[in-house]
Design a protein around this ligand. Structure first.
Ligand SMILES: O=C(O)CCC(=O)C(=O)O
Ligand SMILES: [Fe+2]
Length: 285
């Protein structure tokens, strides 16, 4: 597609594009947003640099992508409960999002999109990695695709066994504003989903798996663990990955339906502070 309103520069062969020529604090005309949306479906994650928005303007831009999804375990900002602060201080040891995952996969209707806006960044380090789950699916053999097609996964939000196995159970939300909350009554934090999901907007198939995935329904633990480990290794091959180097006032918006992401924990003793908004999604199929 030829973009007329914005400039689109891919950052890797797999996914991700940097957008310029747009100020997100300004009201946006329909044509510009249509191009942004088209680029987003194509590249799966968009990056913007040097954006200066108030929290109100940020929230307004986020709402263009859909209704806001509220995090069941972490409180938002006092004035803007829709905005969650992902913060790591000089003394924090836990890095929020430091596992390959897709956001809110444990929810019956997981988040469609996540916006992240950099308020403070370390001098070096603290990048975010993205892995393209269309490519991960397409790289499988016909035999493996057939075998995986009917599988349903069981995904858990908190206190999950596999996280404990990988040693990241403690202080699970410490790096995210240190304001954990108990999920509101009636909010489900574990869910079954198809392992191979069809993107509702592109119609393309993607692997849908992440750190929240605990078991394959109807498989023994041993079988499930074996396949989950194999697929998690497969999904994060270098060929599927893009890496974004944040600066203050960078913004990203990614599609959780066809990507996994990973916050790199390589800046001990430095601060990093991000404002995150998640957008409601549909039931995966
Ligand atoms: O801080 C980051 O780079 C990403 C953290 C994360 O996983 C998220 O906000 O969903
Ligand atoms: Fe995340």
């Amino acid at each position: 597609m030829a973009y007329k309103q914005i400039s689109v520069e891919p950052i890797a062969g797999s996914c991700g594009a940097e957008i310029s020529g747009v100020n997100l604090a300004n009201p946006m005309n329909r044509k510009t947003f249509a191009e942004l949306y088209e680029a987003w479906l194509t590249y799966q994650v968009l990056f913007f640099r040097d954006q200066k928005l108030t929290s109100g303007e940020y929230l307004k831009f986020a709402r263009k992508w859909g209704a806001i999804h509220m995090h069941p375990f972490v409180k938002g900002l006092r004035q803007y409960p829709e905005i969650l602060e992902v913060k790591k201080t000089e003394t924090d040891t836990y890095t929020f999002g430091n596992r390959w995952h897709t956001d809110q996969m444990f929810a019956p209707r997981p988040a469609k999109a996540t916006l992240l806006y950099a308020k403070e960044t370390p001098a070096v380090g603290g990048d975010t990695l993205y892995a393209n789950m269309y490519d991960a699916y397409n790289a499988l053999s016909p035999g493996m695709k057939t075998m995986l097609a009917p599988i349903r996964t069981f995904n858990v939000g908190d206190g999950n066994k596999r996280s404990a196995k990988y040693g990241d159970r403690q202080n699970r939300y410490k790096g995210a504003s240190a304001k954990p909350k108990t999920p509101p009554k009636g909010v489900k934090t574990n869910s079954q989903h198809p392992l191979v999901r069809t993107h509702p907007e592109t119609g393309r198939k993607a692997l849908y798996i992440g750190v929240h995935t605990q078991e394959f329904v109807g498989f023994t633990g041993e079988e499930g663990n074996f396949l989950i480990d194999m697929l998690r290794t497969h999904c994060t091959k270098e060929e599927f990955i893009a890496r974004f180097d944040w600066q203050k006032n960078s913004m990203a918006i990614w599609d959780n339906r066809c990507l996994q992401h990973y916050a790199v924990s390589d800046y001990p003793g430095q601060r990093r502070r991000m404002h995150r908004i998640t957008i409601k999604g549909d039931k995966p199929y």
